[in-house]
Design a protein around this ligand. Structure first.
Ligand SMILES: Cc1ncc(COP(=O)(O)O)c(C=O)c1O
Length: 447
């Protein structure tokens, strides 16, 4: 199988067989490939030149829109100036500059930034810092990690262990030992068709007390949750839930980690969801929006007290035996700085907040269409649950995604039987209208 390409035929045949696509049904994809070869602002373009409206910011990451000139220029300049600097024992100036800028966006005393290359690495980094922190403090028995059902924390062994998606876990052995899960916060009977945070469900945080009673607080290192679960279909936190989780963690000396890989950098109308909810976790993981998707980057923001706990012992000795060859890669730092400038100069986080109500109204306009069981909307995100066809869970949403791409020129994301929308924060009101009109037509076709 071959596809059109600009690579001259004489070099390498552009063959579909070699590439094993991640999280993709490979055989179905290779029968009818969905390819993008170019992008600008709100649109992708296929190799044939067809425009596709980006309803999901790539994969929740291109928050500033695609191929923005200042980001492209910064990456080009950086590539000419410094390709790589060793990340261990050496550094380059932009890594410090970007860390300071990220710290300034984070609430409270979340001031120490550790860089890596993806959300999965950010999660593993945060879990390891949590374990090591307790160890250094002389509470090395605190080894248990608590995640949540329906949580997504990437695909490292740490992330799938605390994560709560059965398909991501069931093939991969015993995972990390000593992990428990809080219940998911979603309940359709209580919450269906809620705009923003549902009223019902804050009490679900109290399950942490049950886990503490079962294991004793002295064995528990950290709790990790997404403030809004994104990848399992946009599940907003119930009102008061995160505050309650914070209070229980405080009561028992347990670290609270917010995985803000999706919710960071404006998705919910603030730099971080922690600010939206007025809840300061002990660590925040981030990725995606830090560079608007242009160069891979992730990281962990830790409170001052966590960092300072490690700063003991002889000064020539490494304090945390952890890091990546490409931590704070120069191209990622340059892209990150240009991206943060764009967010600031174009007030994109505020823009997301201003558009939130309009976006939610447009999403809810699909209520009543065939097979629509629930719609949730928060910030510039929406999740639309479709009824499964008998014996074919996920097929209807999968077909909706295919039809959206091929027939409507719209990129949507599928999670199980849920369609997710999360456009770049530069989306206009008329483009929001266009997105949901297209989604509506697709739902009718697959209904
Ligand atoms: C909350 C959350 N954590 C972690 C990840 C993993 O990020 P990555 O795919 O960059 O490893 C994701 C990806 O969607 C995510 O949504």
């Amino acid at each position: 199988m071959t596809v059109e390409s600009k690579v001259p035929a004489a070099t390498v045949p552009n063959d579909l067989d070699s590439y094993w696509l991640p999280f993709t049904p490979n055989r179905a994809f290779k029968r009818a490939p969905r390819l993008f070869s170019r992008a600008k602002d709100m649109h992708y373009y296929t190799p044939e030149g067809r425009a596709v409206l980006d309803g999901i910011a790539g994969m929740w990451c291109t928050n500033a829109g695609h191929n923005r000139d200042p980001i492209v220029a910064a990456i080009k300049r950086q590539a000419e100036e410094l390709d790589y600097a060793p990340a261990f024992q050496f550094a380059h100036p932009k890594s410090f500059e970007l860390a300071s800028r990220v710290a300034a966006l984070a609430p409270g005393d979340l001031n120490r930034v550790f860089f890596c290359n993806s959300g999965s690495e950010a999660v593993d980094t945060a879990l390891k810092i949590a374990l090591a922190y307790h160890n250094v403090r002389g509470e090395g028995a605190r080894t248990r990690l608590i995640g949540r059902e329906r949580g997504y924390h990437g695909v490292g062994f740490g992330g799938i262990s605390v994560g709560g998606i059965v398909n991501n876990r069931k093939m991969f052995g015993t995972l990390l030992a000593g992990v428990d899960h809080l219940p998911a916060t979603y309940n359709r009977e209580q919450q269906a068709f809620t705009k923003g945070e549902p009223e019902w469900g804050a009490h679900l945080a109290d399950d942490l007390e049950r886990i503490v009673t079962l294991h004793d607080a002295s064995t528990i290192a950290a709790v990790i949750v997404e403030p809004m679960a994104g990848s399992t279909g946009v599940l907003p936190p119930p009102r008061g839930y995160l505050e309650r989780l914070r209070a229980i963690c405080d009561r028992h000396g347990i670290l609270l980690i917010f995985d803000e890989v999706i919710t960071g950098f404006g998705r919910l109308g603030h730099a971080f969801a922690a600010e939206r909810y007025g809840v300061t976790p002990d660590m925040i993981t981030f990725a995606k929006g830090i560079t608007s998707g242009a160069v891979p980057m992730g990281g962990v923001i830790a409170r001052d007290g966590i960092y300072e706990t490690f700063m003991r012992g002889p000064e020539h000795v490494i304090e945390l035996f952890h890091g990546y060859t490409y931590s704070a890669h120069p191209l990622a730092c340059a892209a990150g700085l240009a991206t943060l400038d764009l967010y600031r100069d174009e007030k994109l986080f505020e823009r997301a907040k201003t558009l939130e109500q309009h976006f939610a109204d447009a999403a809810m306009s699909l209520k009543g269409l065939p097979g629509v069981l629930d719609i949730r909307a928060l910030g510039l995100c929406a999740g639309i649950d479709l009824a499964s066809r008998p014996g074919a869970v996920g097929l209807r949403a999968y077909e909706a995604m295919e039809r959206a791409f091929h027939d409507e020129g719209l990129l949507v994301r599928v999670a199980g039987e849920t369609l997710a929308l999360s456009p770049p924060l530069i989306v206009s009101e008329s483009e929001i209208g266009e997105i949901f009109e297209k989604v509506g037509r697709v739902i009718r076709v697959v209904g």
